[in-house]
Write a protein of this length. Structure first.
Length: 299
């Protein structure tokens, strides 16, 4: 599919009295985006953390216990996302969550749900100081590009987007669209991810989609402050805006940001642009050393 509409969420984390409240919230968000014609819906990093409220204020207010409390509900979260993707015939990049591993650690994992029922997963690879020093989230493994009817899609979770080599490996494996679910507690943090998204779009001559959490969550030590706006970025060259910003949402407003993606524009700018950042990557000294990315079919 050469062209389609993407929806990037500026997503507030709410106190939920029960799981049905989460079902109602997610159903409403997905129904709204699908009703606007969006085929790819992107939710933010740690979007699932609002579900810690289901364990009550005492547990939700404890960093380690809140993460542990999520584990029983995450299967239901994924079932819901899968059902919504099927019902509305859309791809859903669900809010990321810390998943418990066999060794007792947690890893921050994004899941891309296809309307066919398929699911692609991407672990966050580079942890922030908060994740390393206080939250004890372990570094993830693997880089994946999902070959879908919409195009080749990859995910770089928040801080991962601030490092070029991993994203470059995804681009060289064929990624045309990089999704960047983010969660930042200051304007500076949001700006770092936003600048990174623009840089990754420039050097790889591709689309990059950022979707953040927004708003205050005073009952959660994990995601108490959230600052950001959703954005779609491309290379500032032929067929794209001069500053590379295709769309940007209002700061800290709870809403979807919609924009059209046309992969023929990616092909054209890589073929006919004023510069060939994608093709000239390996002209840099040391640029040939990249991690391996796998391509996974996700119909």
């Amino acid at each position: 599919m050469a062209g389609f509409k993407v929806a990037a969420a500026q997503y507030p984390l709410d106190w939920l009295e029960d799981f049905s409240a989460y079902e109602d919230k997610m159903s409403g968000w997905v129904e709204q985006a699908a009703g606007e014609g969006a085929k790819l819906l992107v939710f933010p990093e740690y979007g699932a953390m609002e579900l810690t409220s289901l364990a009550g204020k005492e547990i939700a207010g404890d960093l380690q216990r809140s993460i542990a409390s999520l584990q029983d509900v995450l299967p239901r979260v994924d079932e819901l996302n899968a059902a919504l993707a099927r019902k509305h015939d859309v791809f859903i990049s669900a809010g990321t969550a810390p998943f418990a591993q066999k060794d007792g650690s947690y890893r921050n994992i994004a899941r891309l749900f296809a309307p066919s029922g398929g699911v692609g997963r991407q672990q966050k690879r580079v942890m922030t100081r908060f994740e390393r020093e206080r939250w004890r989230i372990a570094a993830g493994e693997g880089l994946n590009v999902f070959d879908t009817p919409l195009g080749k899609i990859a995910i770089a979770i928040c801080y991962d987007a601030e490092f070029p080599l991993g994203v470059r490996a995804l681009a060289e494996a064929g990624a045309q669209i990089i999704l960047v679910p983010s969660c930042t507690d200051t304007f500076a943090g949001y700006s770092r991810v936003k600048v990174a998204c623009a840089a990754r779009a420039l050097e790889n001559q591709c689309y990059v989609v950022q979707a953040p959490t927004i708003g205050e969550v005073p009952w959660s030590p994990a995601v108490d402050m959230n600052v950001g706006s959703a954005g779609l970025f491309g290379p500032p060259d032929l067929g794209f805006p001069g500053d590379g910003t295709i769309a940007i949402g209002p700061l800290n407003a709870a809403e979807w940001i919609y924009e059209e993606i046309d992969l023929q524009r990616v092909e054209k700018v890589r073929r006919e642009g004023a510069v060939f950042n994608y093709a000239h990557w390996r002209d840099q000294p040391g640029a040939g050393v990249l991690p391996k990315a796998d391509v996974i079919a996700l119909a």
